[in-house]
Design a protein around this ligand. Sequence first.
Ligand code: HEC
Length: 183
Amino acid sequence: MKTKILLLTALFLVICGINLPAKSVILNFVTDMFDQISIKPQEPGSMQSFPIGSVSIEGKMVDNPADRFANQVAEITPETATKNPVPQSVTSLENGKYIFDTYCIVCHSDSRETNEEGFATTEINKLGMIAPALISISHQFNDGYIHKKIKFGGAVMPPLGYATTEQERWDVVNYIRKLETQP
Ligand code: HEC
């Protein structure tokens, strides 16, 4: 019995030791808490005003906290938005479709059809998700904005930057532009 307790204590300490550099010394096999949607204080669009000179997650200095939405607005204004560096080639469209069908279609669908509440007709929306039928609204947004939306997500939409590369996000943008041309 004593040996068992000793062994278990030793095992526990070893596991705690392995986890030391992590955010908690408590076993973190369950990481949902770290993965969930959260707005970091330094993120543009954050609800909080942060100290003058704070560096945003994009590495841009914000001199005046009142301007903290400026980066976001810049992505919507066509003249200042990040240009799409990836041409709408066959490969880009194929890859874009693959990524879109993997990550986006589950919430947004690839059609303009809407349910009674005006959201996309997807199973997940039946369960209370509120994802719009993307291709009926995406023409309002420029490429840079959609790219950024995929990377950082929104108030409800999960950020997918961890799951997609820069190139893949532009491929998705190209594919969305192609979907927009369908009736
Ligand atoms: C878990 C569901 C979910 C997934 C997966 C998802 N979205 Fe969304 N998306 C939403 C919701 C909900 C909104 C509206 C609220 C918000 O902006 O958070 C939205 C909004 C958007 C908007 C509108 C932007 C705006 O500012 O109104 C774009 C563009 C978009 N999503 C693109 C994508 C793309 C591209 C993918 C795949 C890479 C994707 N979404 C994956 C749920 C999702």
